[in-house]
Each structure stands twice: as structure tokens, then as C-alpha cells.
Design a protein around this ligand. Sequence first.
Ligand code: DGL
Length: 262
Amino acid sequence: MIGIFDSGVGGMTVARAIEHICPDYPLIYFGDIARTPYGSKSRETIIEYSRRNTDLLINHGATVIVIACNSAASTATDALRNQYPLPVIDVITPATVKAASVTRGNRVGIIGTRATVRSGVYEDRIQAINPDCRVISRACPLLVPLVEENWLNRRETKMILRRYLHPLRLQQIDTLVLGCTHYPLLSKLIQPRIGKRVQLIDSSIEVAMHLKKFIDNNADIKDKLQQHPAASRFLVSDSTGPVRQLADRIFGRTIHLEKVDA
Ligand code: DGL
């Protein structure tokens, strides 16, 4: 199975994109609702949680791991790749490749959690591909709780977005990476506030397309994924009303969340 983990429910935007782009393979998703948010935690804690999540997914049959949380991907990818003998795909790299290739004026904005922005990983990767590119990052810590509360069309959310995006607008960015898996749910509010000429990069779609290419190019991984056809499962370390509502909203259907000890 394709194992996907996130700090909570936001990574379901990645699971949804993977389900759409790689429909032939079952998914096993784990959302660490009990410990969310990761974005404000220390590096050591994020790595420890990411290891636990990977163990859990492997125990449930995962043969590929997708880190569907930018905070975890920016902090724990190397630690997981060093420790586990299976492919670990991070949500960040495909988005940086896309941003570096589509920017017309070499001015890319990044929005993400504090952990993601602190890591500097987006800047490093984009500039490794395109050294002329100026990358301007902005931490937006209030957005994850607003999404988790389902405040997707509230006046307060629009006001906060305007405040967060204003400095990026002044810098005249031409491309904006949604560097947090919760943010695609806000893209309809983000686009008019950053300007309609700015191209939004949705990291969930980029990672799903990257995963498809990876599976298509690796026959042994493809075989393993096809060997055990099973239904997709969605595991969580805690389950609350708003989380269930958000999961259903992301997928546009009822999602059965299984609470597990983790
Ligand atoms: N899903 C996380 C991310 O993409 C945001 C939530 C968190 O901080 O845990 O960074």
C-alpha cells in the first residue's frame, strides 16, 4: 500500500490527489490528530513523531512512504531515508521543481508553517535549481487552525490572509507555493488576495504526479503495490467532529476514520 502521513487532516489533500492520479493502488493514511500541529514543535519532536508514523504505516502494509506534511518533510526526510529501507517521498521536492521551472520573473513566494519556513528548505532547493531565483518566505501560523475549524469562507480568515500575503504582494512575486498541506483548501481565497497573475503551486498535486512517475519507473515497487489489492484506509490518532467533517469535505464523500493507538 502507499503509506501517507500528516500531522492531521491537511495531508488528506495529498491523499486525495494521489487517489486521483494513482487510482490503481490502495492507500493507507495516518493523520496524527492527537499531536497536531507539528509546525510549532521542535526539530527533535517532529523527527520522533515522523519515525513513529512510519513504523505504524509499515506495520499496516505500506511499501512506499509519502510524507504529506511540509513541517515533517522539511525536518525529518533525511532521518527517515537513513533509517528505513523503503522509498520515502517528500511533499516538498516536486513543488520546488515546479516553482523553479514556471517562475517568469524569478520571484517565488513560499507560505508555510513556522517549522517549514525555519528550515529554509524551499529556498535551498529552488536556488539549487535556479540560482537567479529570489525566494521570499512567510510563516502563516494562524492558517492551519482556521482550516481545522472549517473557517474556510469567514471574514476573519480573509482578513488574516490579506495581512499575511501583503508583504509578498509588495515583493511582486510571480509564483506562490502553498507550502502546507492545509492551504489548498484556502486557494480560492488566496488567489484574489495575492493577485490573479501570480501562479499558485499546490504541493499535493505535484507530489502525486511525482509518485506516479516513480511507481511507473520502478517495476519492483509497482509489483509490491499490486500484489496485495486492498481497500484504502484512513487511520487517525484521535477523531473529533470537525476533523471528520473536514475529511469528508476534502474527499467530497464520507470517509471512515479509524482511531488507532499511536
Ligand atoms: N500539515 C502540516 C504541514 O503541511 C501543517 C500542520 C502542522 O503544523 O502540523 O506543514
